[in-house]
Design a protein around this ligand. Structure first.
Ligand SMILES: Cc1ncc(COP(=O)(O)O)c(C=O)c1O
Length: 394
């Protein structure tokens, strides 16, 4: 494991600003990630277990470097979406507990058992196939029971949880280590979230699960807002907040000083002045009302710049906001330089992040693009190199 971690650290680049010779890149502040984790843990009751949600390549931040940092900063368990993500993580995570949140397909179960993963169970069918396979290889499998208290996605419907619990308990090769639920609208509907908590708690009470040494978890980032001491919950599953993004502006945890971990930059590739009446980009959806100095940026939707930013978005160049003109294309985007005479080819343009005193934060970027912050992070493509920083400057 130590050498696998050393390999990950060895492949990470830590260039200084002037060294970054890329057309589009994302800077990831591992120091901010670590500080955020400390802040979140400090705000929660002592002893609560921290399950770091690192699915989808750690929300686009890069699974391995993020996981290495989180392991060193006090995460107790990782949660991923599927077996492929778990396999990548297992390479560096030694015997660190890894929970697979999504359903495991029958043809993936053997690999999951071999990798000592913790699997989420939502149905009797899953329970029986897993138990059969575990029996055939004489290896017990750790499972968490997933309860659908109102998400309407994975998990056993809460009114049928008892039957599944019995089925799991009847299988000697299944080692029930945890139970959890997931909130559908913790960021928008506190009443329904309370109802979900109540349904979850009722199951815990009815089956005496609070007295057992299980991992019991329900809260995602937004759920933490209504986290209540005293419930038989002993863990949280946090994704977005650890990356420095609050799920909504009125968060009760708004007092937490989480810092952004992710910023997204590109370059000015070409500068030119076009006459009034020129149509910009495919479809000529923007016609220049006057003679205009424009910059052609070296990133587009293939890098993760949403096409919904066409004629709407902005970048920062030399600390000033420059509006997107016309349609965002696959590899290039045109912006209006206004009166900025000093801009040069090669200048950094920032889609998400700060320049001088100005900033475009992820929430504002997402709002402008008509997306959710999770989606923005996951859409920044592989073509965009991740640059890891261990200072806090973004
Ligand atoms: C089951 C489950 N738990 C926890 C999380 C983490 O949510 P968040 O990123 O809002 O903290 C997710 C994310 O989608 C999830 O699907």
């Amino acid at each position: 494991m130590a050498s696998a971690i050393a390999d990950v650290l060895g492949t990470m680049s830590h260039p200084t600003e002037s060294d970054v010779r890329m057309r589009a890149w994302a800077e990831i502040s591992l120091s901010n990630l670590e500080r955020n984790l400390y802040q979140i843990k400090a705000a929660l009751p002592k002893g609560l277990r921290y399950i770091a949600v690192v699915k989808a390549d750690a929300y686009g931040h890069g699974l391995l470097p993020v996981a290495v940092r989180l392991m060193r900063s006090g995460a107790d368990m990782f949660a991923v979406a599927n077996i492929a993500e778990a396999a990548e993580l297992r390479e560096i995570a030694g015997d660190w507990p890894i929970l697979v949140l999504g359903p495991v397909l029958p043809f993936e179960m053997k690999a999951a058992i071999d990798m000592n993963l913790i699997l989420s169970l939502s149905s009797r069918e899953e329970c029986e196939s897993l138990a059969r396979l575990a029996g055939s290889v004489s290896k017990s499998v750790a499972v968490h029971l997933k309860i659908d208290t109102g998400m309407g996605r994975a998990g056993v419907w809460y009114e049928q949880a008892g039957e599944l619990l019995e089925a799991v308990r009847a299988q000697p090769m299944l080692d029930l280590q945890g139970i959890y639920t997931h909130f559908s609208c913790a960021d928008s509907d506190p009443q329904f979230t309370a109802e979900q908590r109540q349904r979850f708690q009722a199951i815990m009470n009815q089956y005496g699960l609070g007295q057992q040494p299980l991992w019991v978890h329900a809260d995602n980032s937004a759920g933490l807002d209504s986290f209540t001491r005293g419930l038989p919950v002993n863990g949280v599953r946090v994704g977005l907040l650890q990356f420095g993004v609050r799920p909504h502006p009125f968060s009760l945890l708004a007092g937490l000083q989480v810092e952004p971990v992710f910023s997204f930059h590109t370059r000015v590739g070409l500068i030119k002045t076009l006459p009034a009446g020129t149509g910009i980009s495919y479809g000529r959806s923007h016609i220049l009302p006057r003679k205009t100095r424009v910059a052609v940026l070296t990133s587009g939707y293939a890098d993760g710049v949403p096409t919904t930013l066409s004629n709407r978005g902005h970048v920062l160049i030399r600390g000033r906001l420059c509006p997107v003109l016309g349609r965002v294309t696959m590899d290039q985007t045109v912006v209006d330089l206004g009166a900025q005479e000093e801009v040069c080819v090669g200048d950094k343009a920032t889609w998400i992040g700060t320049q001088q005193e100005a900033g475009i934060d992820l929430i504002a970027f997402a709002r402008q693009a008509g997306q959710i912050p999770w989606e923005v992070l996951c859409s920044v493509s592989k073509r965009v190199q991740r640059v890891y920083r261990t200072d806090s400057a973004l």
